[in-house]
Design a binder for this molecule. Structure first.
Ligand code: GSH
Length: 246
């Protein structure tokens, strides 16, 4: 496996993507790239597989390599690149792409209505993710975040109701599907964001986090809380150490 250390401005570009493989441009602690890492793992597109493989190139997001900006002018991770040079970005799009191209273990339902339901849930969840940044940032600056925290709890109540109404372990049924992996990265970071108590009034959602945390893919792509804490400290100090722990 190549070094996971990140590539920064001035670095030479990594070699071409090997034929038939796919490359993920990532940042080890990015929750959006975490979505793509979850899907790559769940579908068995891993380093060790003989036929389905991916490699990862980590990017220094404070000091981006020029060659990376040529591939994705937005400079965002996750970004995928195929061996024929096709570039795909925006985390839900990268995940849907992988699910369509690698047809084993489909994560999105085939039924159009169920698929639409997952997209609606994802759209709703995209309005929740900003709370995970705004609240810790405000608290760090000594601001009173109780209103925003109350709003986040309300959002959790709605997610909890959804699970209660569906009477299912996961958001797409009794097995993990795409929507669970799309939401998980932020729940994995709840403790670091000091928001774990927001689950206290939502027992089904809490149970969902427990079911998720024993999934093989979730376990394989997880960082220890201490590592996240140490990384986020460097991040809030304005000097993110993307290679923390390597
Ligand atoms: N909407 C994008 C968001 C991705 C994103 O914001 N990634 C962050 C890292 S966590 C990034 O690349 N930041 C670099 C920048 O903003 O310049 C997605 O879903 O993929």
């Amino acid at each position: 496996m190549a070094s996971e250390k990140c590539f920064a401005k001035g670095s030479s570009a990594p070699g071409l993507v090997a034929k038939g493989q796919i490359r993920l441009y990532s940042m080890r602690f990015c929750p959006f790239a975490h979505r793509t890492r979850l899907v790559l793992h769940a579908k068995g597109i891993n380093y060790f597989s003989f036929c389905l493989r991916h490699d990862t190139v980590n990017i220094n997001l404070k000091d981006k390599p020029e060659w990376f900006l040529k591939k994705n002018p937005l400079g965002l991770v996750p970004t995928l690149e195929t061996s024929s040079g096709q570039v795909i970005y925006e985390s839900p799009i990268t995940c849907d792409y992988l699910d369509e191209v690698y047809t084993d273990k489909k994560l999105l339902p085939a039924d159009p209505f169920q698929k639409a339901q997952q997209k609606m849930m994802l759209e709703n969840f995209s309005k929740i993710t900003p709370y995970f940044y705004k609240i810790p940032l405000g608290k760090n600056n000594g601001e009173d975040m109780s209103v925003l925290e109350g709003e986040l709890k309300e959002k959790f109540v709605k997610l909890n109701e959804d699970l209660v109404n569906k009477k299912s372990k996961f958001f797409g049924g009794n097995a993990i599907t795409m929507i669970d992996y799309m939401m998980w990265p932020w729940f994995e970071r709840l403790e670091i964001f000091e928001l774990k108590h927001c689950l206290d009034g939502t027992p089904e959602l809490k149970k969902w986090t427990e079911h998720m945390s024993v999934d093989q893919t979730v376990k394989a792509t997880m960082f220890p809380t201490e590592t996240y804490k140490a990384f986020y400290k460097t991040y809030t100090d304005g000097k993110p150490n993307y290679d923390y722990g390597l």
